[in-house]
Design a protein around this ligand. Sequence first.
Ligand code: CP
Ligand code: NVA
Length: 303
Amino acid sequence: MTVRHFLSLLDLGADELRALIHRGVEIKQAMRAGQAYHPLSNRTLAMIFDKSSTRTRISFEVAMTQFGGNAIFLSPGSTQLGRGEPIEDTARVMSGMVDAVVIRTSSHSMVETFAAHAQIPVINGLTDRFHPCQLLADVQTYFELRGDIRGRRVAWVGDGNNVCHSWINAARRFDFVLTVATPNGYRPDASLVDTAGDAVTLTDDPLTAAQDADIVVTDTWASMGQESEKERRSAVFEPYRVDAQLMRRAASDAVFMHCLPAYRGHEVTADVIDGPQSVVWAQAENRLHAQKALLEFLLVAQK
Ligand code: CP
Ligand code: NVA
């Protein structure tokens, strides 16, 4: 069987993704009921992280531990990748020793090159283009709290960044309607928006996007690698802060989502992220359960 990767949500079909979400819910319930489950005993996940992480790193490491396996965390300077060993060679070598790899780095094409030369599943742990693991957790969170996301209205407010790109792919795969409100010059990638067809609409007006939305979602205005732009971005994004007034535009049972880390007083006010509509802690916890379902899919179900 050919090896499956998870570099973008589009690497899986709609039915596969739905099954994964349901499996994430089941795995979470079984864990909470105290049932031990060790489908990955003796299996090893390598984690190449070229950027900071709290949630992604911890959730994958804990997932492997709880599944009876092992994770190896590799920072860039600690491998020969940092000294110029070709990605292709590294992918071949690691394929002979470990069972899967998670990569977090800026360059999406680096991860694609790695995957093209790997004989083991490669998972995107965040690139400048996509953050697909985050969306598994976010969609699982909505299913658990409000039911099926199909046909729902989602408002993305802020930067048209990597997480926004994954929401665009999610709108295609899970059949919901996404309105993206960004300042001009900070829109998501046009080709991604085009391929999403009717599922995605762009606007520069946050209030239009939030109108009757079931989910209002935002992210930091300055992603990792954009630290030097922070001040300029803060000025441009000021009208895109998610506050109580914006949330009042949304449906009365709307939820507020954020992948975290969040910057209170910038992209979101404290009363919203710490308020009753916020589901950010559930999203963060679901990284663990959703990624367990992903690891099971890639390493057990595909055999
Ligand atoms: N949301 C998310 O990916 O968080 P980390 O950067 O902490 O992994
Ligand atoms: N857009 C953010 C997401 C962090 C999880 C970044 O890339 O830094």
